[in-house]
Design a protein around this ligand. Structure first.
Ligand SMILES: Nc1ncnc2c1ncn2[C@@H]1O[C@H](COP(=O)(O)OP(=O)(O)OP(=O)(O)O)[C@@H](O)[C@H]1O
Ligand SMILES: [Mg+2]
Length: 401
């Protein structure tokens, strides 16, 4: 009997990752293999050098194939990028049933109505996610079928992105000889890997701190209340350190990982850090306080932008389950303390859960999106037509097999 396996691919700004897994009961994943390649040709989640990005994708796929002993023909692709935006659109329909009872048909019509948005020509819808229903503009509710009303409305969260940038990502995968079966926004994928049903019901904010992008998604009362992306990430912290302390970028990246803290007040009594000579750089002592001030400023700016988005929708007081940080940036020293100070709720680091098999290499915050994409694919296996409209459209263009 053939083993069913699925592969998830993330073409990140820092690393290209491929996870191969086998579906298990309850939408769990048995990890069969993993491949990763340091990214080249990807910036802020977008392809800026096609050939370099392609060679990284090939290398990541090959590693995953060798580790899992399968040939990958199809992938489920994680999307990110600072150009991804969200909006909420309300769709309303009259309830035409003679007894004014809301039927499945009325729900479908309201949902279709809410999905119909006019976007600028360069943008494409990538996800439409139903939020809450309203009967005659009264209190929000989740299950309207069987209730009586004259008018049914539904709020739809719509994620949209710049079409050409998405197409370039899909084109790289296609050129590496794999079909893109489906795709999902990276924070949504990460949430699938990391969050529990209780956290989603209680209200939780997940932030994926990547290298070139920071993606976020907020759940409140079981629904996805907010999602978005910023073109800011760990690379910006590294660049700030390089510029601010006049260091080569590679030194700044190492310094960030080994010594930087997101909390400026923790460095006062610490001795200077000795940076050894390298290439044309002579070596120097760096003040811990300066390093932390720079790191703190950029991380604070990033998290405050997300807080503003939450506050505009009055969502912060609904985060009973706190904030969960994933992505490589979740490993920054004291980043949970900074998040707690900014969002005023407990913050933790998230790692993929519910896995079996070769879990060691993927049980890390930076693998959340890729592993979550696998779980997203497993969940959708039985739902024909569950793929995003955007991927359906693109895979007819690029399908190779
Ligand atoms: N231990 C660490 N301490 C501090 N920063 C770290 C650590 N490990 C990784 N990072 C940072 O995390 C970032 C990479 O995160 P990740 O691997 O999630 O990015 P990515 O998914 O490739 O990028 P993106 O999603 O933005 O396209 C880099 O900026 C890296 O410097
Ligand atoms: Mg990422």
């Amino acid at each position: 009997m053939n083993t069913v396996y699925l592969a998830a691919l993330e073409i990140g700004s820092h690393k290209v990752r491929t996870v191969v897994g086998e579906p298990r009961p309850d939408n769990q994943a048995h990890i069969m293999g993993y491949g990763e390649c340091p990214s080249r040709g990807v910036r802020k989640g977008e392809i800026v050098d096609f050939d370099n990005a392609l060679s990284c994708v090939r290398s990541s796929l090959l590693q995953a194939e060798e580790a899992s002993n399968v040939t990958i023909y199809q992938v489920h692709l994680v999307f990110s990028g600072g150009h991804i935006k969200s909006m909420t659109n309300r769709g309303t329909v009259p309830v035409t049933d003679p007894d004014r009872i809301v039927t499945q048909e009325a729900v479908d019509n309201a949902m279709n109505n809410a999905r119909a948005v006019n976007l600028p020509v360069e943008r494409e819808v990538i996800h439409t996610i139903g939020q809450t229903f309203f009967l005659d503009d009264q209190q929000p509710l989740l299950r309207p079928i069987g209730m009586e009303a004259g008018r049914l409305s539904v709020d739809m969260l719509i994620l949209h992105a710049i079409r050409n940038r998405m197409r370039n990502t899909i084109r790289v995968a296609a050129e590496a000889d794999v079909n893109v079966e489906d795709s999902a926004f990276s924070a949504l994928a990460s949430a699938m890997a990391v969050l529990t049903a209780d956290q989603k019901e209680g209200g939780v904010l997940l932030i994926d701190l990547g290298a070139g992008t920071t993606d976020y998604i907020a759940y409140a009362g079981k629904i996805i209340a907010l999602a978005g992306a910023l073109a800011l990430g760990g690379d910006h912290v590294t660049n700030d350190i390089a510029l601010g302390l006049n260091l080569p970028t590679a030194q700044a990246e190492r310094l960030k990982i080994s010594d930087a803290s997101c909390m400026p007040d923790l460095a006062r009594r610490q001795p200077p850090i000795r940076i050894p000579p390298e290439g044309g750089f002579e070596g120097r002592d760096i003040s811990h306080s300066d390093l932390n001030l720079i790191t703190h400023a950029r991380m604070e700016e990033t998290l405050l932008l997300i807080r503003d988005e939450l506050d505009q929708r009055e969502l912060r007081r609904r985060l009973s389950a706190g904030v969960v940080l994933v992505g490589g940036g979740a490993q920054m020293r004291d980043v949970t303390r900074l998040a707690e100070r900014i969002f005023e709720v407990p913050a933790t680091i998230g790692v993929p859960r519910g896995l079996s098999g070769l879990t060691e290499k993927v049980s890390l915050p930076e693998c959340s999106a890729c592993v979550g994409m696998l779980r997203y694919a497993i969940r959708n296996m039985d739902r024909s037509g569950a793929g995003s409209r955007f991927t359906d459209m693109l895979k007819t263009i690029f399908r190779k097999r």
